[in-house]
Design a protein around this ligand. Structure first.
Ligand code: GLC
Length: 516
């Protein structure tokens, strides 16, 4: 491969990447298997992240689990293609197989592109290798992110003939892959062997649209000015807008969010584009991987529990966490938790205004997350002020997250907008009762318990401090004073089924509709 790399380097105009050091270097023997006629439809997920290889949040969780859920049901074969980031662990690189290397056009540039393959938990993952673009710390946040993901999108389409696997649906996720449906319709649909592929674009968060100055349309994206209209929006390039127009179908991650993004309150300016395209817009709620998020087996917990042992063993977890965090040890004090990115749309302004009033209750409050420095500092300060009640762990720590889900009584998620949200589903699984604002996927998964006899959580509608405080106080009151009702509520929470199974079934029907 190194030889090939050198050869490629001659043709590249920028510093071309050599293939990754640790991955297997011998090309796989591509035996010409006769293509077995199968009824299964082939869906290639194109995304910028997938657990356990690379991830920063919900998108990575979904791409790391939905394809497996689809494959287990056996009607669809889903595979995934993503960048080979520097952060992909050696344990995975060592097991990868090198498939091929090609040259990919990125406007006037010709860039090296390696392709590696790894079958993990029943799913084939393809990794796109170019060290110039992806051998960097972290996944995003570089000045040339536009070029990096234009490369990825172009590479995916250029690599299709090398996969030895006919793709029926290209399922692209968020702005990083928005150029795939655009390039496909502009430049690839009439290429030999590539006709008839359907494109789906899923919006995981409409806030991040991939906006760039219109000057770079030819230089970076290689799209001629004649076609500018397709990706122009309000004088800028807007890749998400282009994908919404070009994809055969657009989906998002909850039914409520599908409605909300046609409303200016939630759409970050794209409501008109979505209203125009509403005929092809669909909402399907995400699920979670119930094997990973299983309180009866998860090794991070102080004590594993299930529905029958939750009453006693949740307390043990709580006391273990209190000891670990140096909080007063008391199994009975209601513990409120937030595990979140510390960014505005997670509802942090109303949490901050309500905070002193929340803490007036006899409760403990544990927050885990990173984000805007201003929010991080607020929580650090709250820990200083309320040292015997508040712990602020300003970190991204999956192990700690599991401990907190298992220990807390109440899970606070008062988002201003929430396309789906996975944390509330994880909380339910651990018998931790969500307090949420009725929006997006929170509205579709959490149902108010009234006076404690129904539903699986506490829901408030108005986005303000008083509504939030009222919901938190209802939760704290029920938890503290009505132990039996709380125990029943907890059983109902743990019974809520947000495994991937029902969502995967909906995706199957969705793909079927699109293909036919
Ligand atoms: C984004 C959304 C979140 C959703 C996740 C997965 O992170 O903000 O609500 O659950 O994507 O779709």
């Amino acid at each position: 491969m190194e030889k090939e790399t050198k050869k490629q380097a001659k043709t590249t105009t920028k510093k071309s990447a050599c293939a990754s050091k640790t991955a297997t270097k011998t090309p796989a023997k591509r035996t010409c298997k006769k293509t077995v006629k199968s009824e299964k439809k082939h869906v290639l997920f194109v995304a910028s992240e997938a657990w356990p290889f690379a991830g920063t949040g919900g998108l990575g969780e979904v791409i790391g689990s939905l394809p497996r859920a689809l494959n287990e049901r056996e009607k669809i074969e889903a595979r995934v293609i993503l960048p080979l980031y520097d952060s992909v662990a050696t344990e995975y690189r060592e097991k990868m197989t090198f498939i091929t290397s090609i040259t990919v056009p990125v406007a006037w540039r010709n860039q090296y592109c390696g392709l590696f393959e790894l079958v993990h938990d029943g799913v084939t993952f393809y990794f796109v290798d170019n060290e110039f673009y992806f051998k960097r710390s972290g996944l995003y946040g570089y000045g040339d992110d536009g070029e990096r993901f234009a490369f990825l999108s172009r590479a995916v389409l250029e690599l299709l003939p090398s996969l030895n696997w006919k793709v029926d649906v290209l399922h692209c996720h968020d702005w990083h892959t928005a150029l795939v449906p655009i390039y496909y319709k502009l430049y690839y649909q009439y290429n030999e062997g590539l006709g008839g592929i359907k494109t789906v674009f899923t919006i995981h968060n409409i806030e991040y649209q991939g906006q760039f100055s219109s000057d770079v349309i030819e230089d970076l994206f290689g799209i001629s000015k004649r076609e500018y209209m397709s990706i122009e929006y309000h004088g800028c390039i807007n890749l998400m807008k282009g994908a919404i127009d070009y994809a055969d179908s657009v989906s998002t991650v909850s039914n409520s969010y599908a409605g909300e993004i046609m409303d200016s309150e939630y759409a970050h300016g794209l409501e008109g584009v979505l209203i125009k395209n509403s005929y092809k817009l669909k909402g399907i709620l995400n699920g979670i991987d119930i094997k990973v998020y299983d309180p009866s087996t998860n090794p991070a917990l102080f004590a594993n529990f299930d529905k029958t042992t939750v009453d006693t063993l949740k307390k043990e977890n709580k006391m273990g966490l209190q000891k670990m965090l140096n909080l007063p040890v008391n199994g009975d004090v209601p513990m409120i938790a937030m595990i979140t990115r510390l960014v505005n749309h997670k509802g942090l302004d109303i949490v901050r205004s309500a905070f002193n009033d929340i803490i007036k209750n006899d409760v403990q409050f544990v927050v885990l997350g990173t984000g805007d420095p201003d929010h991080e500092n607020f929580f650090r300060h709250m820990q200083n002020v309320y040292g015997d009640k508040v712990r602020s762990i300003i970190a991204f720590n999956k192990d700690m997250a599991q401990k907190i889900y298992a220990s807390a009584d109440i899970f606070l998620m008062p988002s201003k907008s929430e396309p789906c949200g996975l944390s509330q589903m994880m909380a339910l699984r651990y018998g931790t009762i969500p307090v949420v604002r009725a929006c997006g996927g929170l509205k579709d998964s959490i149902f108010d318990c009234g006076n404690g006899d129904e539903g699986n959580g506490f829901v408030f509608s108005d986005y303000n401090k008083d509504a939030l405080l009222n919901a938190v106080n209802r939760a704290v009151g029920l938890c503290r004073d009505y132990r039996d009702k709380w125990a029943d509520l907890r059983q109902r929470a743990m019974d809520s089924d947000y495994s991937w199974n029902s969502s995967a079934q909906k995706y199957e029907l969705y793909y079927e509709e699109i293909i036919n």
